[in-house]
Design a binder for this molecule. Structure first.
Ligand code: GUN
Ligand code: ZN
Length: 409
């Protein structure tokens, strides 16, 4: 029987507000009825002091759950990687037993890494995505990758059929489904436009990929000669807006950045994936200058690890190597509070997600305290201490107030 009230004691690191990451030494996080009841200094009768550092559960807004079992296993540039390894792997998910078993092991591994909420791409089969939702905790949403063309026939389905099936899902369940055109080369113009309209009509979020790789961009230009850019392909389809998350955005022009900012479209920055597939460095300084909203995400299975600690560490390494100033505090904020707030805008039950604040979902990650003088210091020490096996850094994880059974492998 799981206690409804638990007291967790350690140093606490959280970003309750934008740009305000705090290190609270020796505090107690009180979990009650699945939520955070209080974050306060210790009192008489509390558990003894620990060497733990308590962080909010991580939030990952771009990750492919049917690629969990092949994460980091294959390399190469984006298009051959997809055709040779990823699409054949995803084709197996039309068998429901495979989808159920893989979804269960993915969610268990994800939680063990400290990610307690997020948005996921499923395989191109709606039933598989629906099974994922029966296994994943509230706060995890997903959608089947919509693929109509330019891929193996067993993965193809007209977007109109997928959208009709999605519309037929009962509204309560549908609220956790995401309109997910895989990327422009896999869709027809009509299919993309149908996705744009369906997301708006049903009030659902949408996700896709944008400008990850130069060969991909050339392909999009050839397929959509009427569009002025890759971003314009989605713009013409009504697929930009604050409800849309587009992964990568590595090679965008100033005009494209301005349009993303104007429409409030979110970019999911995936530095570990960009490194693994040799896609290039996303120019974070240009996104910031243009005021494009962005979050940090794993993009598993191109991203080789499910841990957002790996993503944060790689974010720092990549941009600092290029001479761009970034902070570990900003990384934490973009892997917790910022994506959590985005999910909570669509679901009142999630208010406070990605923070350790009163009333927030009871999602906590405990790691061994790495020491440090400040929040920035502590995080940088944590990234160093956790490398390279970031997936095993979490000592304990709580999701909706309940301890997660940590399983490795
Ligand atoms: N572009 C289209 N599909 C994918 C995918 O599965 N992973 C990545 N990284 N890029 C994509
Ligand atoms: Zn992706």
């Amino acid at each position: 029987m799981i206690a409804t009230r638990q007291l967790l004691r350690g140093d606490v690191l959280t970003a309750p507000r934008s740009g305000d990451v705090r290190l609270l030494r020796d505090h107690v996080v009180v979990l009650a009825d699945g939520r955070i009841d209080a974050v306060r200094p210790p009192q008489t009768g509390d558990p003894t002091a620990s060497d733990l550092l308590l962080l909010p559960g991580f939030v990952d807004l771009h990750c492919h759950w049917p690629q969990g079992h092949v994460r980091g296993r294959f390399s190469g540039a984006l298009l051959p990687w997809l055709r040779t390894h990823i699409w054949p792997a995803e084709a197996k998910f039309d068998v429901s037993a495979v989808a159920t078993q893989r979804a269960a092991s993915f969610v268990a591994e994800l939680l063990s890494c400290g990610t307690t909420a997020g948005m996921f791409f499923g395989p191109p089969f709606l039933e598989a995505s629906r099974r994922f939702l029966t296994i994943a905790p509230a706060g995890m949403i997903d959608g089947p990758a919509i693929m109509e063309t330019n891929c193996p026939t067993e993965l193809q389905q007209p977007a109109s059929d997928v959208l009709k099936a999605l519309q037929a899902v009962p509204p309560g369940e549908r609220a956790r489904l995401v309109v997910s055109p895989r990327f422009a080369p896999n869709l027809t113009r009509e299919g993309l436009a149908g996705c744009g309209k369906m997301a708006r009509d049903l009030g659902l979020p949408a996700q896709s990929h944008l400008s990850e790789n130069t060969d991909e961009i050339a392909w999009v230009q050839a397929l959509y000669p009427e569009a002025s850019s890759y971003t314009d392909v989605y713009d013409r389809a009504g697929l930009l807006g604050p409800h849309v998350v587009l992964a990568h955005g590595v090679h965008l022009s100033d005009t494209e950045l301005a349009r993303l900012a104007e429409t409030g479209t979110i970019v999911a920055h995936c530095p570990t994936s960009n490194a693994a597939l040799g896609s290039g460095r996303m120019p974070v300084e240009r996104l910031n200058a243009a005021e494009v909203p962005w979050v940090l995400a794993t993009d598993v299975g191109a991203g080789p690890q499910l841990s957002q600690l790996h993503v944060m560490a790689e974010f720092i390494a990549q941009h600092e190597q290029a001479g761009v100033t970034v902070t570990a505090c900003e990384a934490l904020d973009r892997a917790t509070r910022v994506p959590g707030t985005w999910l909570a805008e669509r679901d009142d039950n999630l208010v406070g997600l990605g923070t350790l604040t009163e009333g927030a979902p009871g999602h906590v990650v405990a790691v061994r305290s790495p020491g440090g003088q400040s929040a920035e210091d502590t995080l940088r020490n944590l990234f160093a201490a956790a490398a390279p096996a970031y997936e095993t850094a979490a000592q304990q994880v709580w999701c909706w107030g309940e301890p997660v059974q940590i399983g490795r492998g």
